[in-house]
Design a protein around this ligand. Structure first.
Ligand code: LHQ
Length: 261
C-alpha cells in the first residue's frame, strides 16, 4: 500500500498551533488540497480555546512557491472562480482570525506564497528566506492579497517595481523594507519561532483579538471611524477579566497571568 504524506501537518504545543505546509519536493507549491485544508485548519484553530497563537510555516527548504503550476485540479474553474474558491477564503481566514497568526517564513515565498508570507500579523523570517512577487514571470497579476499588502508596506512605487521585475527580496532587505519583523539564523529558526509564539501566547488574548479587529478596520477607515471603533472596543476590553488582572497585577507588583480564565 502506498502511504501518502499529508499536505498539511498540524501540531500544538503550549498554546501554539503550528500549521506546516508539507509538499517539500515542490517548495510547498499550493494545490487545492493544501489550500482547502489550510483554510479549514485556520478556522478550527480560531475556534479551539486551547489555541492562543497560530504559526504558518513550510517544511523543507521552501515556505511556499505559490500555485502548483503542475496541478490541474483548479483548471476546470476560471481564474476568478479558483481564487474565490481557494486563496481568497484562506487570506480572509488569516486576517479575520481572532488570534495572532505568525507567518514563519523558513525559505522562499513566491507568488501566492509571498502573499501568505505578508498576510500574518507577525512575520518572522529565516536568514535564507526570500520573497518574490513572481507572478509577472508567468504574465499574471499579483493575487491573494499582494496588491493590498505590499503597497501598504513599501509604498506604491516600490511595490510596482517588485511586481513588475519579480526581483528576489532577501531577508536583510526584507527587514529594511518592513516585510518582516525579525530575521533568525536558519539553524535555530524553529526554536526562535516557538519561543516568540509562546511569548505572544502569554499576552492577553481578548485584548489582542480586539487590537487585531481595530487595526484591520483602521487599514481602510478614516481617523474619525478609527476613534469611534476604539471607543467601542475599549469598552469590551475594559469589561473583560483580563483588564482586571492586568491592573491588579500592576498594583501587586507581580507579572499578570493572562492564561487563566
Ligand atoms: C514547483 C513550483 C510551483 C510546481 C517550484 N509549482 N512545482 C496562479 C494561478 C492560478 C490561480 C491562482 O493564483 C496563482 C498565483 C500564483 O501563485 S502564480 C505563481 C506561481 N509560482 C511560480 O511561478 C513559482 C515557480 N517557481 C520558481 O520560479 C522557482 O521554483 C523558485 C524561484 C520559487 C525557487 O527556485 P529554486 O530555489 O531554484 O528551486 P527550483 O526551481 O529548483 O524548485 C524546486 C522544485 O520545486 C522543482 O522541482 P524538481 O522536480 O525539478 O526538483 C520545481 O519544479 C518545484 N517547484 N515551484 N509553483
Amino acid at each position: 500500500m502506498v502511504m501518502t504524506e499529508p499536505v498539511l501537518l498540524t501540531e500544538t504545543h503550549a498554546g501554539v498551533r503550528t500549521l506546516t505546509m508539507n509538499r517539500p519536493d515542490k517548495l510547498n507549491a499550493a494545490n487545492d488540497a493544501l489550500l482547502l485544508s489550510l483554510t479549514e485548519a485556520m478556522t478550527q484553530a480560531d475556534a479551539d480555546v486551547s489555541v492562543r497563537v497560530i504559526v504558518l510555516t513550510g517544511s523543507g527548504r521552501g515556505f511556499c512557491a505559490g500555485q502548483d503550476l503542475g496541478d490541474v485540479s483548479g483548471r476546470n474553474m476560471t481564474f476568478t472562480e479558483h481564487l474565490n474558491h481557494t486563496y481568497n477564503p484562506l487570506i480572509r481566514a488569516i486576517r479575520g482570525c481572532g488570534k495572532p497568526v505568525i507567518s514563519a517564513v523558513n525559505g522562499v515565498a513566491a507568488g501566492a506564497g509571498a502573499s501568505l508570507a505578508l498576510a500574518g500579523d507577525v512575520r518572522l523570517w529565516a536568514r535564507s528566506a526570500a520573497l518574490i512577487e513572481i507572478f509577472s514571470n508567468i504574465a499574471l497579476i499579483p493575487d491573494s492579497g499582494s496588491t493590498w499588502f505590499l503597497p501598504r508596506l513599501v509604498g506604491y512605487h516600490r511595490a510596482f517595481e517588485l511586481m513588475a521585475l519579480a526581483d528576489k527580496v532577501r531577508s536583510d532587505e526584507a527587514l529594511r523594507l518592513g516585510l518582516c519583523e525579525h530575521v533568525f539564523p536558519d539553524e535555530t529558526f524553529q526554536q526562535e519561532v516557538q519561543a516568540y509564539a509562546e511569548a505572544l501566547a502569554a499576552r492577553p488574548a481578548n485584548a489582542l483579538k480586539l487590537t487585531k479587529q481595530a487595526l484591520n478596520a483602521a487599514m481602510t477607515s478614516t481617523l474619525d471611524a478609527a476613534l469611534d471603533l476604539e471607543a467601542e472596543l475599549q469598552q469590551v476590553a475594559g469589561d473583560h477579566w483580563e483588564h482586571q488582572e492586568g491592573v491588579t497585577a500592576f498594583k501587586e507588583k507581580r507579572a499578570p497571568d493572562f492564561r487563566r480564565g
